[in-house]
Every structure is written in C-alpha cells, then in structure tokens.
Design a protein around this ligand. Structure first.
Ligand SMILES: [Zn+2]
Length: 155
C-alpha cells in the first residue's frame, strides 16, 4: 500500500494544514500545542496509529482553515521530530516540508522548576535549549525529556 492510500484514511481538506508523520500517540499533544480543544468550532480530522512506511505507526492531524506559525511548528518538532507540514489550498498540497528542530524555543514552554526565575513574577520569558532527546531551561538548567507537551501554555 502506498502512502497515498494511507492518506485516504482521513478525509481530504479544502484549505488548511495537514501535519503528517506525527509519532503514534502524539496527535492530541499536537492539538494542545495548537490550542485546539474543540470549543472554537475548529474542523479537525485525526488519524491515530495509522501504519506508516517511515514510522511503525503514525498519527495524522488535519486542521481546516488554519496555517501554522513558525513558533507552533518549532514546538511540534519537539514532540514529533519526523512530522511533515503540508499546506493545503483548494484540495492541493501547495507546500510540504519536514519540521526542523530549532536550537531553542522562547516563551512557549513553562519551566517545571517552581523556583526558576521564569516561573516567578519576574518579567522573564522562558527559554529552552533544544537537545537531541529533550529540552533544557536556559536559566536553571532543568532538563525535560518526557512530557514536553505538558509544559506548553506559558503564552
Ligand atoms: Zn528553569
């Protein structure tokens, strides 16, 4: 079966973004990054644990009428480093690129260390250095490998 056949498992969208090759089980975390919880009438299709050539199993997230900011793509790359971002316009994929892990992310993750300067009332924006297998707070050195998605939400 080609990957095109796999694509058909979730409905085609007219305009929006398809986030493909998300690691199996991470689709809901991708939605959390995008701030999608179903309360804003967003049209979203999700395929979970779809067989994939590149990954043993993958998730696919399709979001109608939405294109992602670079910041959102950067954070998605932390939990889905193999993801492909497809921009769809009028049912055609107009651009397709694999996410690139940034060197650092600023202002998108909350440091889990409650005594970190970024979690106190100081006007300090959180900043994490991206490691091969996690992220490290630039200020207090706390390293997070699992549960990165739980740190999202300092915006
Ligand atoms: Zn910290």
């Amino acid at each position: 079966m080609s990957s095109d056949d796999h694509e058909l498992r979730v409905s085609k969208i007219r305009n929006g973004t398809v986030i493909d090759h998300v690691r199996g089980g991470q689709a809901l975390n991708v939605l959390a990054i995008l701030g999608i919880d179903g309360t804003q009438n967003e049209q979203v299709s999700i395929g979970m644990n779809v067989p994939s050539d590149r990954l043993a199993r993958k998730d696919i997230v399709k979001v109608e009428d939405r294109e992602l900011s670079q910041e959102e793509v950067d954070v998605i790359s932390l939990i889905a480093p193999d993801a492909t971002i497809n921009i769809v316009r009028d049912y055609d994929v107009t651009s397709k690129h694999r996410v690139e892990r940034p060197c650092q992310v600023e202002g998108v993750l909350t440091c889990p260390n409650t005594t970190c300067i970024t979690t106190e009332d100081e006007p300090v924006t959180s900043r994490f250095e991206v490691l091969d297998d996690g992220v490290r707070c630039t200020y207090c050195g706390t390293i997070v490998r699992d549960g990165i998605a739980d740190l999202i939400g300092s915006r």
